[in-house]
Design a protein around this ligand. Structure first.
Ligand SMILES: [Zn+2]
Length: 151
């Protein structure tokens, strides 16, 4: 792959949003979305960490949400299977990564025993109830759901 056309115009003054290191040829990451490659906002090391950690972070955030408003915001989006454009739950999943002459899967590391789409379906049911302002113990339902999935 030749990304020279992007590098020359966009790499200047770009830095990793996690560690702050300058993005240079040795740590640059490209991501693909809708068949268009762009420079990622994270360096190779931080992207590797994000792939390992991000799914668990989303679960942690839902677990520690202690008010309805926060939970509502989190559950309105599904937990991604793949790394997203800005690595948050709110942005679009990216198709593929590329660095050091290798295509890298954008799939997040998810525990083997977890069916992410089954988990999302159940979280969505709780989300619907919250959005309809039904009165129920949503924190307990989340707790029971995570117990069911051994999380
Ligand atoms: Zn970094």
């Amino acid at each position: 792959m030749n990304f020279g056309h992007i590098e020359n115009t966009e790499i200047n003054n770009k830095f990793c949003f996690v560690c702050g290191d300058d993005i240079i040829k040795n740590n640059i990451v490209y991501y693909k979305i809708n068949d268009i490659w762009k420079i990622y906002d994270f360096c190779q090391l931080c992207t590797t960490e994000l792939l390992k950690r991000k799914w668990f972070d989303f679960i942690k955030n839902i677990k520690k949400a202690d008010c309805e408003k926060e939970l509502k915001a989190l559950l309105n989006k599904k937990i991604p299977n793949k790394l997203t454009i800005d690595s948050t739950i709110n942005s679009q999943e990216i198709d593929e990564l590329y660095w050091n002459d290798n295509f890298i899967s954008s799939h997040l590391i998810i525990p083997n025993h977890i069916d992410n789409s089954a988990l999302n379906k159940k979280l969505n049911l709780i989300s619907i109830k919250i959005n309809e302002n039904l009165i129920f113990d949503y924190l307990n339902e989340i707790k029971l759901l995570f117990e069911e999935f051994n999380l």
